[in-house]
Design a protein around this ligand. Sequence first.
Ligand code: AMP
Length: 473
Amino acid sequence: MTESPAAPAGPAFSTLPLAAPVLANLQQLGYERMTPIQAAALPPALAGRDLIAQAKTGSGKTAAFSLPLLAKLDAKRFATQALVLCPTRELAEQVSQEIRRLARAEDNVKVLTLCGGAAIRPQLASLEHGAHVVVGTPGRVLDHLERGSLALEALTTFVLDEADRMLDMGFAEDIAAVARHCPPTSKRQTLLFSATYPEDVAKLAARYLRDPQEVRLAETHAAGQIVERFYEVTESQRLHAVGLLLQRFRPESTLAFCNTKQQCRDLVAVLQAQGIVALELHGDLEQRDRDQVLVRFAHRSASVLVATDVAARGLDIAKLEAVINVDITPEPEVHTHRIGRTGRAGESGLVFNLASLDEMGRVGRIDEMQGRQSVWHPLAELEAELAKAGPQPPLLPPMVTLQILGGRKEKIRRGDVLGALTKDLGLDAAAVGKIDVNDFSTYVSVRRDLADQALRGLARGKVKGRTVKARRL
Ligand code: AMP
């Protein structure tokens, strides 16, 4: 059984060079946004590249190879133009079904399943009528090739689905024999999909693929879904672009990485001037100030934390909607580390990268390491989308952090603060967020619209039987 990817958050299919009826059909099927494997595989595959893609069932891989093979298909030509080899009959049936659904936009695309274990006569009869797409298991497909009931001279796409499983099941020789009946690699596109990537799959790829693009999704991100976009910017657009991204996507918590301290300072100044609550985390901060910055960010009372890689080291923040790479790092490993901060534990995450022409070499190295091609969007698109959306309320964090001067040394506990706010001041407990009690002070977050009321109440009332001083951070 396949499981549907939960509403993928990737780029829209409409960003792909697909014909209008195909896009309309996808929409009808409820496919609006691409899954990660589709977002990584479709652009190079539609451009005609060979592909080695690492993907499991349930990832949306079938559409990732079916859309490219259908895009090239000439339905008026009655010859087999695409062949998909699968390890099992069950998978072959599923793949055929999916291709039929995806082919509804075109007229009369015939898809035929040829699997072992099924009677051969009806297959022979179907083959006489011709099929544009054949999906089958290697042994039975080879059987038909040797009988002469199937010919592959007109083949334009050859797909090896679940290649690792086919090899495990001992199909290596059958695959080799089938490949000998296909046109040479220069005359066909070969797409190889595999959940794992052992040595024998690499050998298979080296034999049957031509200059393939590798599409691998980093394991660490398999749990959540990361949508990664690149924007080309000039130096003068860079900091302004961060503001546009925040206005457009309105993430509640964003970590913005800069390569230098100076860039961090400049960005915070630009964002604050736009009314965005942005805080800087840098190495020169005193411990107490650093703690306050982190508390405010963790409390959701700041929208953006701007940091260098060094300053962000060891930072543990549970839930981040977005990571913005304000500058592209020269080290691909650092990039992986940065983007791993979002999309954790099944949550979806947004990653935005701002790259100048000077940084394209770095982007190339990142692509190479991640085994995928970066997805580019023009900055003008952001501006147009914002203009279309009309005036937006300012992006404000949902909470405000209040600092109470008094902590563990005064024997203040979480319950005392919660009690003062809810029982004494009548605030709804749901309006009170995190409470952190330190040695000399206590931080509590309250809903932004209730912050002033809470502050006035704390100033008049008591915490643990005494009057306390409190201030808004
Ligand atoms: P697969 O990994 O190819 O077996 O696909 C798993 C399931 O997800 C299938 O039922 C597909 O119909 C469905 N699916 C594939 N791509 C998308 C998408 N972009 N949006 C929604 N559903 C999808």
